[in-house]
Design a protein around this ligand. Sequence first.
Ligand code: HEM
Ligand code: HEM
Length: 407
Amino acid sequence: MQRYSRIAIFLHWAIAALLAFQIAVGWALEDLGARGFALFQWHKSIGITILLLTLARIVVRYWKPRPAPVEGGWQGMLVKAVHAGLYGFMLGAPLTGWALVSTAKVKVPTLIFGVVPLPHLPLPMSANDPAFAAHSVLAWIGIALFALHVAGALRHHFLMHDGLLWRMMPARSPVMLAALPALIAGGFVLGRVILPTPAPKVAAAPAPVEEEAPAPVAEAVDTVVNAAAPTGADNAVAEEEPVGPPPVWAVQPGGSIGFSVGNGGETISGGFAQWTTKIAMDPDRPDSADIRVEIDLASASVGDSYQDGMLAGDEFFGVAAHPKAVFTAKGAKKTGANSYQAVGTLSLKGVSKPQSIRFTLSGAGKARKVAGSATIARASFGVGNGESSAGLDPKVAVHFGFRAKAE
Ligand code: HEM
Ligand code: HEM
């Protein structure tokens, strides 16, 4: 029995198992967003490995003798076409993935397995959408070809009893027969089991524990989650205090906290989908204000799941170790008829530093509109401390706006 060379056999099964892993991980990347950061690195590294193994395999194909085709005629042509299609998939999937990351809004240097830098392909940004579409559809084309390929191989081996499968196995052994195809299933299963667990639901987040002295109106403090789909959560517990403590403000759903930062001539803008506030403030006596804002950093998005993954990683927010940014301020100053400044503390990525915010109030009485901004010196919090941040401005502009109702 003639068989493929050992090296061809090794490459055949190794590439097949890695491809199954890639598809399993790839399908999860978009939904994982920020939590998929580490997986993006694996997906890119293994994808480029597949590209190199495939190139090696093509060299081996012409260098080492191969068994003669088992079929001629139209069936032989079909086999040839499916094999050519499979080679196209093995090359096309990594190349379109590479094109995809090379044309992303923010050019992130890729380090293969954290070591070898991958240059960006010189492609225009307009290639991003077609590259994504091709990358996505190629997985399905690959699956369809795989189904045809396996059906053909099984037909020969088990119906025509020509022992075709042995040609792609290093020995005639039932263990190989079971183990080598099982590697492909194993690759897929591994790609699923290493996915991070689903994000905890924050809709009913309990009020965070304060480490400072309890606020005087702790019972009346309101927590609103500004989720993408507001639920009209107006669940504040009102407390009728005639005079004394400043009124407590319930932030209404629909507010936003956004950020923007210059990056080599362009501006990257994004926002946080999840944040909570506890605000007690009398607009006429701002010195008694008590403000606390907690931002769920994993909810940061610049509208691109790949870059959101970067944001969550250690180079930027490092959400695994420090999931929240917390701003607290006791007291604010009036700086104009409706404008204020509060100097408090920002805790971000394990660093706490003084931080000032400015805001204006519009409206009257118990319903106000708040609009404000802050400038954050990102480097002092260790945000953007790696290679991909080289072109990033040192100051990040944060802006916020929301409606608040006094209890
Ligand atoms: C080698 C074989 C590869 C396979 C089979 C593969 C497969 C996939 C699949 C099935 C997806 C999900 C697409 C979708 O959401 O419809 C995906 C996403 C992705 N792949 Fe690959 N991939 C490969 C290589 C690469 C390489 C080499 C890179 C980059 C260097 C890459 C970068 C990406 C990116 C950035 C995404 C996420 C796109 C997004 O959701 O925004 N892939 N991949
Ligand atoms: C359970 C899964 C699989 C089985 C049982 C299988 C079996 C085989 C067999 C028996 C051959 C030799 C055919 C012959 O001698 O004419 C072969 C060749 C080939 N297989 Fe697979 N295969 C599997 C999965 C895959 C996958 C996932 C890919 C690629 C994505 C792939 C790509 C190829 C290619 C390109 C060839 C042709 C090699 C050449 O002559 O250049 N196979 N396969």
